[in-house]
Design a protein. Sequence first.
Length: 69
Amino acid sequence: MNSRRFVEKDGEWFIAYTLEIPGVNCQGKSKQKALESPAEAIKLILENRREEGLRGISPNAIIERISVT
């Protein structure tokens, strides 16, 4: 599954965002600059949520990876 990104012009700025992952909002003075950062923003958000989620997990929990393609 791929996330779709959207770009809108807001004054002098281009704003790029995704609908599937709240918080992924990037901006740039050009469309290309705005589109460069959503993947990095998604990576940072997922890393942060993983760290937060792991805080209260029992040491006996079984952890398995999930890959979405």
